[in-house]
Design a protein around this ligand. Structure first.
Ligand SMILES: Nc1ncnc2c1ncn2[C@@H]1O[C@H](COP(=O)(O)OP(=O)(O)O)[C@@H](O)[C@H]1O
Ligand SMILES: Cc1ncc(COP(=O)(O)O)c(N)n1
Ligand SMILES: [Mg+2]
Length: 543
C-alpha cells in the first residue's frame, strides 16, 4: 500500500488525517499523537501473514536457490525469510564457484529468524554439508514449525554438483524423518536410492515408495527431466496412495530454477493452509504458467535460462514500452468511444479510435456495453496497438478484467463499480484509474482510494447516459475547487458549450470528455480537430 500514499503526493500532499487513513488501510502499526488520530489507532489491527523460511544456497544468476524462493513466495503472496547455506557463483552457463557458509553462521542465521519470527513452513534447498544438515535438524527440534518441505538439491540443472554424496546419509537419517514432503527430481531420487535407474513413470512410482520408507510423510518425484516424455509428470506417494500430477511440457530453455520454485510454491501454499495435495496442484500450475509466460525470454548466454516469476518482465520490453506515466494534461481532449454509437454509424471500435487520434484526442476510453467479452477483448487489444505508438493512453470503461487482459493503460470506473481502492489493488501502482464523481465527497473518496483523475458530470444533459443527474457548471466548479485530483468535465459537452466549461477557469479542471459530439457525427477526426481548436482558444483566453 506504500505506493498509494506516494501517488497522491503527485497532486497534493495528503493531510495528516488522510495519511493516517491510507496507512491504516494497509494495517501497518502506527504511532500518532493527535486525538483524531488516536481514535484511528484504536481501529488499527495487525494481520499476521503466511511465512516461509527458506534454508538454501544463493544463486548469483538469481534463477534458482534463495533468489528463486524469494521470488516464488512473493509471487504466491507469502512472506519469505532466508537462511543462506552457501554462496554460489552461478549463471546460465553453469556453476563457477561455491563458498559454503560455516556451520556456526548457519546456526546464527537460524536462531535470528526462528527466535524472532513466527513462521509457518521451513523449505530447504542446497544443504552442502552433513554439519549444516545437523545444525538445521537441531533448530527444527528446538523451534516447532507447521511443516517442513525438503528439496534434496544435489546437482544443478547445468549438471554441476551443489551437494555431493557425502550429505546423503545425514539427509536420509536425520532430515527426511522430520519432513512432511521431499521433492527429488529423477536424478536425485536415483542418488538417494544408491543409483538405481529412475527413467520412467513406473520407476518414479517405485522410487517414491522406497524414499517414503526412509521416513518423510510424502514423496514427490519430479519428472521435469524425464526423458522421452511429452508431458511434465510428477508422482506423489503419501504412504498409501500414488497420485500423478501432469501438465503440458512447455518448450523452453528457461527451466533453471523450476525445482526450487516448485518446492517453495508448495511451502507457500502449505503456509496459507492448503493440504499437501492441493499445495502441489497449485504449485505445479504456477510453475507451468510462469514457464509458459517466460518461454521466449532470453537472459544470459547459457543453455538453461531463468524465468519470470512475476510474469511482468515482458511488459517492459522496448518495443512495447511507449507507455509513459499519466500526466494530467492528457485529459485535455478525452474521447470516449461508445459501442452503440459506433454501431449506429457502422464504425468499428478501432476505426473510431484511429479517427479520434488523427483529430488530436489526448486520451481515449473504450465504452462497450453490448458485445461479448471475447469480442470486446479482441477489439481492445487492437486499440491498444493503435494508441501506444502515438503515446495516447487507452482506458477501458468499467471492465478491469478486460483492461488487464489487453494491457490497457487503465480504467474509468463509476460510483456503482468497485471502489477505486479495490481497483488499485488489482491493477497495481502504474495503471491509470479515473472515477466518475458528482460531489466533492466522492472526489475525496476517489483520491483516498488511489485514483489518478476525476470525471465530473454530467455537466449538461445527455442522451448517452439514462437517468443521469446533471451537476451543471456550478456542480463542476464545486468538485474542481475541492478535488485534490485533476478533473475532466463530462456530459453533453460539444462545440457549442466547450468554451463555457473551459473558461470556468477553476483549478484542477484539465479538459473535457466527449462522446456524442465526436462519435455521433459523420467525421470523427474533423469534429475532434474542431473541438481541439476551440479548447485551445479558450485556454488561451485564460492565459
Ligand atoms: N518444460 C516444462 N514444462 C512444464 N513443467 C515443467 C517443465 N520442466 C519442469 N517442469 C516441472 O517443474 C517442476 C520441477 O521439476 P524438475 O525440473 O524435474 O525439478 P528440478 O529443477 O529439481 O530438476 C516439476 O513440477 C516439473 O514437472
Ligand atoms: C544455489 C542453488 N540451489 C539450487 C539449485 C537447483 O536449481 P534447479 O531448480 O534448476 O534444479 C541451483 N542451481 N543453485
Ligand atoms: Mg529443473
Amino acid at each position: 500500500m506504500g505506493f498509494h500514499v506516494c501517488s497522491q503526493t503527485l497532486y497534493s500532499a495528503p493531510t495528516h488525517h488522510q495519511f493516517i487513513n491510507s496507512i491504516s488501510r494497509g494495517f501497518h502499526r502506527i504511532k500518532v499523537s493527535s486525538p483524531r488520530a488516536m481514535q484511528q489507532q484504536e481501529e488499527v489491527h495487525t494481520v499476521r501473514v503466511p511465512h516461509v523460511l527458506t534454508v538454501a544456497g544463493s544463486d548469483s544468476g538469481a534463477g534458482a536457490g534463495i533468489q528463486a524462493d524469494l521470488k516464488a513466495c512473493s509471487a504466491r503472496g507469502v512472506y519469505c525469510s532466508t537462511v543462506i547455506t552457501a554462496v554460489t557463483a552461478q549463471n546460465t552457463v553453469g556453476v563457477q564457484g561455491v563458498d559454503i557458509v560455516t556451520e556456526d553462521f548457519v546456526r546464527e542465521q537460524l536462531k535470528s529468524v526462528l527466535s524472532d519470527m513466527r513462521l509457518d513452513v521451513v523449505k530447504t534447498g542446497m544443504l552442502p554439508s552433513p554439519g549444516i544438515i545437523k545444525v538445521l535438524c537441531q533448530s527444527l527440534k528446538e523451534f516447532q514449525v507447521r511443516a517442513l518441505v525438503v528439496d534434496p538439491v544435489m546437482v544443478s540443472t547445468s549438471g554441476d554438483v551443489l551437494a555431493g554424496p557425502l550429505i546423503l546419509a545425514t539427509l536420509r537419517e536425520e532430515l527426511f524423518p522430520l519432513a512432511d514432503i521431499v521433492t527429488p527430481n529423477v536424478r536425485e531420487a536415483s542418488a538417494l536410492l544408491g543409483g538405481i535407474p529412475v527413467e520412467t513413470v513406473a520407476d518414479m512410482r517405485s522410487a517414491a515408495k522406497s524414499i517414503h520408507d526412509i521416513g518423510p510423510r510424502n514423496v514427490l518425484v519430479k519428472g521435469g527431466d524425464l526423458p522421452a516424455s511429452s508431458d511434465a509428470i510428477d508422482v506423489l506417494f503419501d504412504g498409501k496412495d500414488f497420485y500423478e500430477f501432469r501438465s503440458a511440457r512447455i518448450k523452453t530453455v528457461n527451466t533453471h530454477g523450476t525445482g526450487c520454485t516448485l518446492a517453495s510454491s508448495i511451502a507457500a501454499e502449505l503456509a496459507k493452509g492448503s493440504s499437501v495435495l492441493s499445495a502441489i496442484k497449485i504449485a505445479k500450475r504456477y510453475v507451468e504458467s510462469v514457464l509458459g509466460y517466460s518461454k521466449d525470454i532470453r537472459i544470459g548466454e547459457g543453455q538453461q535460462g531463468p524465468f519470470d516469476h512475476s510474469m511482468k518482465l515482458k511488459n517492459n520490453t522496448p518495443n512495447l514500452c511507449a507507455r509513459r506515466p499519466f500526466d494530467p494534461s492528457d485529459l485535455l481532449l478525452y474521447a470516449v468511444t461508445d459501442s452503440r454509437m459506433n454501431k449506429k454509424w457502422g464504425r468499428s471500435m478501432s476505426d473510431a479510435v484511429k479517427a479520434a487520434i488523427e483529430g488530436g484526442a489526448t486520451i481515449i476510453q473504450l465504452r462497450e456495453k453490448d458485445s461479448d467479452t471475447g469480442d470486446f477483448l479482441k477489439a481492445a487489444k487492437t486499440c491498444v496497438e493503435i494508441c501506444r505508438p502515438h503515446g495516447i493512453p487507452l482506458l477501458i470503461n468499467d471492465r478491469i478484467d478486460v483492461a488487464l487482459a489487453c494491457d490497457a493503460d487503465g480504467v474509468h470506473i463509476g460510483q456503482s463499480d468497485m471502489p477505486a481502492q479495490t481497483a488499485r489493488a488489482i491493477l497495481g501502482p502504474e495503471k491509470i484509474i479515473g472515477v466518475s464523481c458528482k460531489t466533492p465527497e466522492q472526489a475525496e473518496k476517489a483520491w483516498i482510494g488511489g485514483a489518478d483523475y476525476i470525471g465530473c458530470g454530467g455537466v449538461y444533459p445527455t442522451n448517452t447516459k439514462e437517468n443521469n443527474v446533471t451537476v451543471g457548471l456550478e456542480g463542476l466548479r464545486r468538485v474542481c475547487l475541492e478535488s485534490k485530483l485533476p478533473v475532466v468535465a463530462i456530459g453533453g459537452i460539444g462545440s457549442s458549450n466547450v468554451k463555457h466549461v473551459m473558461e470556468l477557469g477553476v483549478p484542477n479542471l484539465r479538459g473535457v470528455a466527449v462522446v456524442s459530439a465526436l462519435f455521433d457525427r459523420e467525421s470523427v477526426s474533423g469534429e475532434t480537430r474542431n473541438l481541439m481548436t476551440l479548447i485551445k482558444d479558450s485556454t488561451k483566453v485564460l492565459k
